[in-house]
Write a protein that binds this ligand. Structure first.
Ligand SMILES: Cc1cc2nc3c(=O)[nH]c(=O)nc-3n(C[C@H](O)[C@H](O)[C@H](O)COP(=O)(O)OP(=O)(O)OC[C@H]3O[C@@H](n4cnc5c(N)ncnc54)[C@H](O)[C@@H]3O)c2cc1C
Length: 319
């Protein structure tokens, strides 16, 4: 719309699942400077789905990650910028709104939150107590503190693998604990992980406890068919998934329902004008890809109307 610096946008979307990709398609096609920020291809609900057969327009089965790549490419083809980064904080108090990522910070006139509901409620024993004392969620931020050290990474997505590969440049040994026997990530990344000499994979292995008093000393784990073990480490990087809406990066700046979901009006706008939320991060609908995509389309159109000073969509929901 207007001249803006590199990291300033008309519409910034956090989350590139079907909800976020669809919002990106509509916003960029409307000529708005749009960016979709996402932390990985195989970390969200669609990205981890092995086969989907009920998405309109797709005949037969398709892998969730493959479908997602098509959606993201479509948004990029209309001019949306794709940013591979994880949102870790926001400041929604002013205009523009600020989003802080692992790799930098971004400014935006309107924000669409589309982070899905793969957040974790069950922490590993010791994780909360040792957070910042060896436990971390960001290799880019903290890897340099672990030069020459032994560390553990746990997860099975592309995000977990990329973080482990980054850590391997600093740490002496990266012990990689995948809760599943197979990794849920693109083949080339899996190969890269397995070919890295200082990454030791433990497949089908769950970390039961992060042990230590003032700092991390070791991880205690159980591995399928191999039993229990303990490994001394100085750092633990956690990239696991669960089943609650991902809103931690908002740090209480938006109202949540008692079940932890973001609250929006019927045009998907939160209590803060210009901040929208769509898809599984809401609790108001059936969790299906096509419904998340429809939410994203509505928010993309609503953001455009808001920015261009047009009347809001003017739905009459009373009928
Ligand atoms: C196993 C399984 C099978 C399913 N099968 C079907 C099916 O057959 N058909 C169907 O229609 N639906 C199916 N679903 C449901 C469907 O996948 C979801 O409803 C849909 O993906 C929700 O879309 P979303 O964009 O809201 O969230 P998601 O798809 O979860 O996408 C959220 C995105 O946000 C990103 N993200 C999260 N936090 C951050 C952050 N802090 N910073 C940056 N990026 C972040 C994630 O990386 C992710 O890409 C299935 C779900 C699961 C789990």
């Amino acid at each position: 719309m207007t001249e803006q610096s590199e990291n300033s946008f008309d519409v910034l979307i956090i989350g590139g699942g079907p909800a976020g990709a669809s919002a990106g398609i509509y916003a960029s096609r409307a000529g708005l400077k749009t960016a979709i920020m996402d932390k990985g291809l195989t970390t969200g609900a669609l990205g981890i789905t092995s086969k989907i057969a009920n998405y309109p327009g797709i005949d037969g089965e398709i892998g969730g990650a493959e479908l997602l790549e098509i959606m993201r490419k479509q948004a990029v083809s209309f001019g949306a910028q794709f940013i591979n980064d994880k949102a870790i904080g926001t400041d929604l108090s002013g205009n523009p709104k600020l989003v802080f990522g692992n790799q930098g910070f971004y400014q935006t006139k309107t924000l669409v939150i589309a982070t899905g509901s793969m957040g974790r409620s069950n922490l590993i024993k010791g994780e909360a107590e040792l957070l910042g004392r060896g436990v971390s969620y960001c290799a880019v931020c903290d890897a340099a503190f672990f030069k020459g050290a032994d560390v553990a990474v746990t997860g099975n997505s592309d995000e977990a693998i990329e973080e482990a590969l980054y850590l391997a440049r600093f740490a002496k040994t990266v012990h990689f604990f995948s809760p599943t026997v197979e990794l849920k990530a693109p083949e080339n990344l899996v190969e890269e992980l397995h070919s890295q000499p200082n990454i030791l994979p433990y497949m089908g292995a769950v970390i039961n406890e992060i042990a230590g008093n003032e700092k991390v000393d070791s991880v205690r784990y159980s591995q399928r068919e191999k039993g229990k073990g303990e490994i001394p480490v100085q750092g633990v990087f956690v990239y696991l998934q669960g089943g609650i809406p991902i809103t931690d990066f908002l740090q209480g700046q938006l109202e949540l329902s008692p079940t932890g979901c973001l609250v929006v009006d019927r045009e998907y706008q939160t209590a803060i004008p210009g901040v929208f939320a769509v898809g599984d991060v809401l609790c108001q609908h059936i969790k299906q890809a096509v419904i998340a995509a429809a939410d994203g389309a509505i928010a993309g159109i609503a953001a455009e109307k808001l920015l261009r000073g047009k009347k809001q969509m003017g739905f009459d929901w009373s009928k």
